[in-house]
Design a protein around this ligand. Structure first.
Ligand code: FAD
Length: 490
């Protein structure tokens, strides 16, 4: 085992980790990021499209793990997409330098101001909407598609049909900004550049077009010369050292997931940015194994952001189908949030199968009135969830209402071809909470009762934010790290 002493360590290179790294480096501090996934850019490996999954498709698995149509075998490799299965829920996550930004749909959605205020009553809402959200949008390079392009691009027929049908059923739709470069996509459409979104790439990574974190925050961070990213480095546990230091047990692996080196890293300041599930597993496991003391809020207030996937088959009565080709980047949302009885936001999702399957796919986001919790299971040596049908009752009621109304106005059936009973109640892309701001941590992300230990990722958000979460995670990270730098670094 190699022993190392490092001043500032960040675990994880997703949104929280990338923001923390850039701002710490800009204020003159050396930072080391430990990331269990691969540095794809450095490796020279290519990402693969959905209909021909290659190395990037799955984290150390021999079969694909997308939400459906997993008919493909893959070679065991440190791929970009991981999934953790629990009873009643499956959770997908990104792996690699850039975290979830490598695999996600790039939707950069501003939460409703009122709802943000409800979720975070102690934060200054005005300041967030004037300062931290615009800053996050700028750094993430958020942009919107040209309406003319959307109107005429055959790859967006699914969205056009989706919006028309929603309007016919009496729902309101909104345009959704994204970090995918829409100017690049226009060039793709005209065959001026290699295709990515228009070639079925997204959930196993985009080779072009998408401004994932390695192209924005992490790139800027590395340009300072003060940020050192170690990929294929997995933190196994945390223990408290003397003088308020932390001792990390780390394994370095190869791309088959085999351990090639073991390291013991002692650090002064530790930033846990391993994503909601990663951060909770590290904390709860270290508490069980190493007596790391945690406050009783750790593991509480966990939620799936009300994720509920559903769809409709035989969408052709009025529209003539959803189109042969789908861009992988969503641009439309159905906004029913202000309906007191059935509040939801739904993404009109693509289904890039390379043929017209006449199916509409929706990722609904609902409020989460009843939160779940996370605990360490000493038998499986993994974290487990308290999460049941009760936790998704409102989402299910909303989905039934939504699909019924859509089918009544437009024809079609519940998507039995995609999901059991037409409902994917167990599909979660947005795990949130468990180390919530103001409860498990103070109002700046300092874990209560643990000096020099900071939480900056999705686990700060108490289980719900009403829209796709990465813009909020980024804004919260900007706010936390700004205060941490000015108050804790002299
Ligand atoms: P992450 O981005 O998850 O980053 C955590 C990082 O830590 C990972 O790289 C992980 O490998 C690393 N890590 C974990 N444990 C360890 C360890 N022990 N040691 C070392 N490294 C570790 N959100 C949106 O807003 N818009 C979308 O369009 C959208 N689409 C999505 C589509 C899919 C398929 C998925 C899975 C998610 C999507 N999301 C979307 C959600 C979004 O990607 C996440 O909310 C976001 O990435 C969470 O950010 P984070 O900083 O909390 O952690």
């Amino acid at each position: 085992t190699e022993n190392l002493e490092i001043e500032n360590v960040i675990i994880g290179s997703g949104y929280g980790g990338a923001v923390a790294a850039l701002r710490l480096a800009e204020s003159g501090h050396e930072v080391t990021i430990l990331e269990m996934g691969l540095n794809w850019e450095k490796s020279g490996e290519k990402f693969s499209p959905m209909i021909s999954p290659g190395k990037s498709a799955a984290w150390l698995r021999t079969k694909t793990i997308a939400p459906f149509f997993n008919i493909f075998n893959t070679k065991k490799y440190t791929g970009t997409l991981d999934r953790w299965d629990f009873s009643n829920i499956k959770i997908w996550m990104g792996r690699g330098v850039g975290g979830g930004s490598l695999v996600n749909g790039g939707m950069a959605v501003l939460p409703k101001k009122d709802y943000f205020g409800e979720v975070f009553p102690e934060l200054n809402t005005e300041e967030f909407y004037k300062k931290y959200f615009p800053l996050a949008e700028k750094e993430l390079e958020v942009n919107s598609a040209d309406e003319n392009f959307l109107e005429n691009c055959s790859f967006y027929k699914f969205n056009k049909v989706g919006e028309q049908e929603a309007h016919k059923a009496g729902f309101k739709t909104v345009r959704v900004p994204n970090v995918y470069d829409f100017k690049y996509m226009e060039d793709e459409y005209e065959n001026k550049v290699p295709r990515s979104a228009l070639a079925g790439e997204v959930i196993y990574g985009n080779n072009y077009g998408k401004k994932s974190l390695d192209k924005t925050y992490l790139k800027k961070a590395q340009e300072t010369g003060k940020v050192h990213i170690h990929d294929l480095h997995k933190v196994e546990s945390i223990a408290k050292g003397s003088d308020n230091t932390y001792i990390l047990e780390v394994i370095q692996t190869n791309t088959l997931g085999e351990t090639v080196a073991k390291k013991k890293i002692v650090c002064k300041k530790l930033f846990l940015c391993a994503g909601t599930m990663g951060t909770l597993e590290l904390l709860l496991k270290s508490s069980n194994d190493n007596k790391l003391t945690l406050n009783s809020e750790v593991g509480q207030n966990w939620g799936n952001n009300g994720n509920f996937m559903t769809g409709r088959n035989f969408v052709k009565t009025f529209s003539g189908g959803t189109g042969v080709n789908h861009s992988t980047i969503p641009v439309g949302g159905i906004d029913n949030w202000d309906d007191k009885e059935h509040p939801f936001f739904s993404e009109i999702a693509p289904l890039p199968m390379g043929m017209d399957v006449a199916t509409s796919l929706y990722l609904m986001i609902n409020p989460v009135p009843q939160k779940g919790s996370v605990f360490f299971n000493p038998v499986s040596r993994k974290i487990d969830l308290k999460w049941s049908a009760d936790n998704v009752a409102l989402a299910r009621k909303n989905a039934e209402y939504f699909i019924k109304k859509m089918n009544k106005a437009n024809g079609g059936t519940r998507a039995h071809l995609l999901f059991n009973n037409g409902f994917g109640a167990d599909i979660c892309y947005h795990p949130l909470g468990g180390a919530t701001l103001g409860k498990a941590t103070d109002m700046k992300g300092r874990l209560r009762g643990s000096e020099n230990l900071y939480i900056i990722d999705g686990s700060l958000i108490p289980g719900t934010i009403g829209v796709n979460p990465f813009l909020t995670i980024t804004a919260l990270a900007e706010y936390c790290i700004e205060h941490i730098i000015s108050e804790d670094f002299s």
